[in-house]
Design a protein around this ligand. Sequence first.
Ligand SMILES: [Zn+2]
Length: 273
Amino acid sequence: MPPAKREISRVALAPLWTECPRCGRSMRRDYKNRRTVFWPNRTISLSLQVLRCHTADCPRRMRPYRPELEWHFALPGNKFGLPTSGAIFSAYLQGRANLQIHEEISRLGVSIATRSISNVILYYERLRKEVAAPWPAGLVRQLKEQGSAVLNLLVLYERPLYVLVHECVSNFTLIGGDGELIELFGSLMNRLPVPVAEIYCSPHTAVSEAARHIWRSVPVLHVTPNGRLHDPRQYLQHLRVSNTSLPQPSFEAIKLILPDSSSGRLRSEKRRK
Ligand SMILES: [Zn+2]
């Protein structure tokens, strides 16, 4: 069967939070990163605005803060993207051999070496084994230093449900796991040395319900598979109810990640506020 035709999508993302997670002062738009990730039948070219705090005495001074929604496209250092990795890991769990997986993934129009398939499988197996393992001291120190956590809950594949939790400020993937979500998130909450300020979640009912159950007072925002916020009204609602002592996301960033029609609505709703 010939490989599927590939589409190219260009996506510009900017952080929703523009204030430093640590000192609360405005971060500067210091530079842009470009990244290309390979999804099934689609190449995604990401343009990413990176912010940094310039406050002299801030522990996060000059540390990059990348767009929160970047990790819904691909984890750090992963060029194949979550849907491709999910397809690989799911085929592996169903007992298929690497060569067979390679054939299936190539048919989706993703050019990938068999060795890379083994690497993807090893990476997710390691995350799954590390669910209960102690975190490195450096990560715990960094989390304490940043003062709060911003979580991305990502669904790698659905049957059986396998979820990843990536923390935006430290840029670490904290855990990956399947099974009982309440238990998984509950143990994560107990281990995190700082409060969670915000959660970006794949629009999967079981995942968002478990997150709301565990982090009751934290806003849980849905992100669509294209890395956009699911419903701008949900975001406006969040701005009205969120704790004003926390840094606030900017509307400029939201406009960047929303389709034109929605950003028009957003602007007019903002004026009425
Ligand atoms: Zn700062």
